[in-house]
Ligand binder design. Structure first.
Ligand code: PEP
Ligand code: MN
Length: 270
């Protein structure tokens, strides 16, 4: 790795372990689950309880949604964050939520346990610098057109501002393939581990865009050495305001988790 990636490079440190409540990311296998977007209190709390019961370790949910169309549901903003706060009180699950604007970082940090930088904002350098000034763990998704080096340079931005707690997340890239929403590039899991000391998660929901492919790709991600998964679950996906096709319902998630947890146990013995 080049000198430009000096802080995230493996030569600098062996392994970064990020502590959130009683979780150790980079050491324990973790599953982050929850809706694409926070839509209302009932939807979020019901989903949070279901994912907790199935064994998820953290709750995801967007209060600010970066949408392709300006007319699509943009998220509930502050109201959504307050709903996430309530879901955390109900379940004890730490919250992962996206920040899309550098002006929002400090106040969203009061609600979030992990700040997510989405694929579309991976190279939003002012946003990266701002989250780098906080002490909140940052989940940095890979941009859909980004090389490994570009992605890692964005992690370097965050570390260079003083925040060492970066979790990388492979979520698929754009290719000529149209059957899947993105092409989930699982080779990035061992590649990230080869180059850096940072933990890496996989998002098979956005990575495939198809419910039927999420289970198999999750097992493949675990076999590739992923430190965990981030998966979309909705209490009633048929009426979801975003990403309908890729959100598990609670029963589907429960069945999915049984396999995921089994394989992650087997991986510990290897
Ligand atoms: C998300 O996780 O809610 C999301 C929008 O994902 P991505 O940035 O990977 O598209
Ligand atoms: Mn989504």
């Amino acid at each position: 790795m080049s000198k430009d990636l000096r802080l995230i490079s493996k030569e600098k440190e062996k392994k970064t372990i990020i502590k959130i409540a009683d979780l150790k990311i980079g050491e324990d296998f973790i599953v982050i689950a929850g809706p694409c977007a926070v839509e209302n209190e009932r939807q979020t709390i019901e989903t949070a309880i279901a994912v907790k019961e199935a064994g998820a370790n953290m709750l995801r949910g967007g209060a600010f949604k970066p949408r392709t169309s300006p007319y699509a549901f943009q998220g509930l903003g502050l109201k959504g964050l307050k709903i996430l706060e309530k879901a955390k009180q109900e379940t004890g699950l730490p919250i992962v939520t996206e920040v899309i604007d550098s002006r929002d970082v400090s106040w969203i940090s009061e609600y979030a346990d992990v700040l997510q930088i989405g694929a579309r904002n991976m190279q939003n350098f002012s946003l990266l610098k701002e989250v780098g000034k906080t002490d909140k763990p940052v989940l940095l998704k890979r941009g859909m057109y980004s090389t490994l080096k570009e992605w890692l340079s964005c992690a370097e931005y965050i570390l260079s501002e003083g925040n060492p707690n970066v979790i990388l997340c492979e979520r698929g890239i754009r290719t000529f393939e149209t059957y899947t929403r993105n092409t989930l590039d699982l080779s990035m899991v061992p590649a990230v581990k080869e180059c850096t000391h940072l933990p890496v998660l996989v998002d098979p929901s956005h990575g495939t865009g198809k419910k039927s492919l999420i289970g198999p790709m999750s097992l493949a991600a675990i076999a590739a050495g992923s430190d965990g998964l981030i998966v979309e679950v909705h209490n009633n996906p048929e009426v979801a305001l975003s990403d309908k096709e890729q959100q598990f319902n609670p029963a589907e998630f429960k069945a999915y988790m049984e396999k995921v947890l089994k394989l992650s146990e087997i991986m510990k013995q290897l």
